[in-house]
Design a protein around this ligand. Sequence first.
Ligand code: AMP
Ligand code: MG
Length: 411
Amino acid sequence: MTEDTDKAQVLSFEEARAVVEGQAGLLHPSETETLALLDAIGRVLARAVAADRDLPPFPRATRDGYAVRSADLAVLPARLQVIGEIRAGEVPDHLPSNLSHGQTIAIMTGAPVPSGADAVVMVEFTAKKDKYVEITKGVAAGENIVPRGAEAHQGAILLDKGTRLNDAAIALAASAGRSQILVYRRPRVAILATGDEIVDIDASPSPTQIRNSNSYSLAVQVKGAGGEPELAPVAPDEPRMLKQLIEQGLRSDLLLITGGVSMGRYDLVEQVLDELRAEFFFTGAKIQPGRPIVFGKARGKYVFGLPGNPISTMVTFELFARPILDALAGMSPRKLRFLHARAKTEIRVKSGLTRFLPAILTGEFENTYIELVPWQGSGDIAAVARANCYAVIAPDRERIAVEEWVPVMMK
Ligand code: AMP
Ligand code: MG
């Protein structure tokens, strides 16, 4: 590869992200399975979930109190005749079909509001005496009632295809009676660590060997994104063996390689991918950590060559591999969004790269601050383990002042 074409493939962070999002948008997984609702946590819906009936299915009282005709409370205190009580889950067929002027019915939270009533007065503003209740506070029509179908009408889509099932989505599916649910198959993600110095975590490393930690951080990230990690044996920096393991990894839905993508003489990943006639979308991004990131496609599968430094591996997965994995899992594409917090201390960096620096959110409530974690560079796993987020610094910035708002990527 000439220096020119190599340079042409080093993109800005935004450009690289747009390329990944573009490719993610082309993916439409088709393999599905039906799971019991709670086995589908974190999975992606392959078919929309519709409301099987109106939500709520009846006008629902949202307070314990008295169902009233709001006009009856024009003059306060008002004295109304209590003609009965409706509990949650009760069919009030023992009561008159319509509440008349001057009447009220005691009602519990979650119970159906009887016809004729247009509001519920909270019990706190009432005093019951025999068959009458004195009410000291007026209500507007509609107060403390959710009308039938106000949340969703029968047949309306509650959850779109492509939705990842979190707590609220599972609750909504449960409310529609979906004990079984159709989701996409979990994508299989091959994880291949490379490097002559890298050894398995069960081996006893020689003084110059390094235990393989990247396969483990990636496995966690892959699982978190709804994928099924498949750890390959560590590949040496030797083209024949590396090629064999890459070919094996390309049988999975996605291949993540770590290490071997820098400029060193034994960084062979790009070369081997080239031999496999890979199409390269980019071979670097102007970010730190993670500059030498490779994104390509070989044998119909997407492949990432993530830099080997452990924090670079974690960050580049989050920034670039996750959208592809999300798409393989069936999720509709989404943009990367950052939260913001104020700088607790001044931040100084060199300009030129978009930086994702391990940081800690401190303080509480609206006084949340961000502070960088001291680190020895992108190999410092201990530092990133102390961090709970990354501070995102734009490439044109050299100094962030105390109290300035800083974009934050949660981890
Ligand atoms: P490389 O990208 O291959 O040049 O590796 C960059 C740095 O990351 C080197 O210090 C490697 O020892 C380290 N490294 C590479 N792969 C791993 C891994 N799987 N686990 C832990 N450290 C790694
Ligand atoms: Mg290496």
